[in-house]
Design a protein around this ligand. Structure first.
Ligand SMILES: Nc1ncnc2c1ncn2[C@@H]1O[C@H](COP(=O)(O)OP(=O)(O)OP(=O)(O)O)[C@@H](O)[C@H]1O
Length: 251
């Protein structure tokens, strides 16, 4: 479904991505894991064809049988990708009620009554007359995921999809994403800081560090055979929340 090769990008004089590449098949999930400022959101934006603030200086993308030379703006944007941004506020019109926004999408897609089961599976209430600001950030994030799934895109890109969710709801959301992706053969790419979560839900993990993809491979392989010090450190600290109380008790 997607093959990316040799992507390098700059913001001003700063190189923010260097020679990044990976492949992703239909129905598979790739988790891009890395620290703050590693270039994860930039990578997603460039795949979507969003050329600001980072400008691609080299790279080639093949998506759904079409080729794109990423350094050339005239090469166009890939079609058929649904994107859930890191900040849910960027996904809604703040002045329109959520139910109206959901119904507009249903109309656009010609699916007038569809999507109820996805809302249920994501633990969302019936869409009443609320405006976006009347819902919590986690609820908004889940509604954006539901809207993206309703589209049944060829590929779904999720930027930190669980950042506003507690662990139980996060698992519920990713289980539903996994179910729909497998049923509809959707390729999923998600960005997360959480390697433990990535290991549970992704088939492939890519570790991004300071603009370099330092390791890519099947999730189990990355966990059991980290290829560099940074990957090893991430693997060692993936359960820090659970380990912390024990280490405190040991002191
Ligand atoms: N608008 C901007 N102007 C200048 N530099 C930027 C801008 N946006 C991002 N950068 C820089 O680009 C680099 C990559 O940023 P990016 O947001 O892609 O990282 P990230 O891995 O998604 O980080 P986080 O996990 O904190 O969201 C960082 O060094 C960041 O400072």
């Amino acid at each position: 479904m997607l093959s990316l090769n040799g992507l390098s990008a700059c913001i001003g004089r700063q190189t923010v991505l260097e020679d990044v590449g990976f492949t992703l098949s239909n129905g598979q999930c790739l988790a891009v894991v890395g620290g703050s400022g590693a270039g994860k959101s930039t990578l997603l934006r460039l795949i979507l064809g969003l050329r600001k603030p980072a400008v691609p200086v080299a790279g080639h993308l093949c998506f759904d049988g079409h080729d794109y030379a990423l350094s050339k703006a005239s090469s166009g944007k890939p079609m058929g990708i649904a994107y859930v941004p890191q900040s849910p506020a960027h996904g809604f019109d703040p002045l329109r009620r959520l139910r109206w926004q959901w119904q507009q999408l249903q109309r656009l897609l010609g699916k007038h009554a569809a999507g109820g089961e996805v809302l249920d599976a994501l633990g969302l209430p019936v869409l009443a007359k609320a405006f976006p600001h009347e819902w919590s950030r986690g609820m908004q994030q889940r509604l954006l995921v539901a809207m993206a799934l309703l589209e049944q895109p060829k590929m779904l890109i999720l930027d930190e999809p669980t950042s506003a969710l507690d662990p139980l709801i996060a698992a519920q959301v990713l289980t539903e994403v996994q179910r729909v992706a497998q049923e509809c053969d959707i390729a999923v790419m998600m960005v997360t800081h959480d390697l433990a979560l990535a290991a549970q839900f992704a088939d492939q993990i890519a570790i991004l560090h300071q603009g370099h993809m330092v390791q890519t491979g099947p999730a189990q392989q990355v966990l059991t055979a980290p290829s560099c010090d940074y990957a090893a450190e991430l693997v060692a600290h993936r359960y820090w929340q659970q380990e912390n109380p024990e280490s405190l008790a040991a002191e």
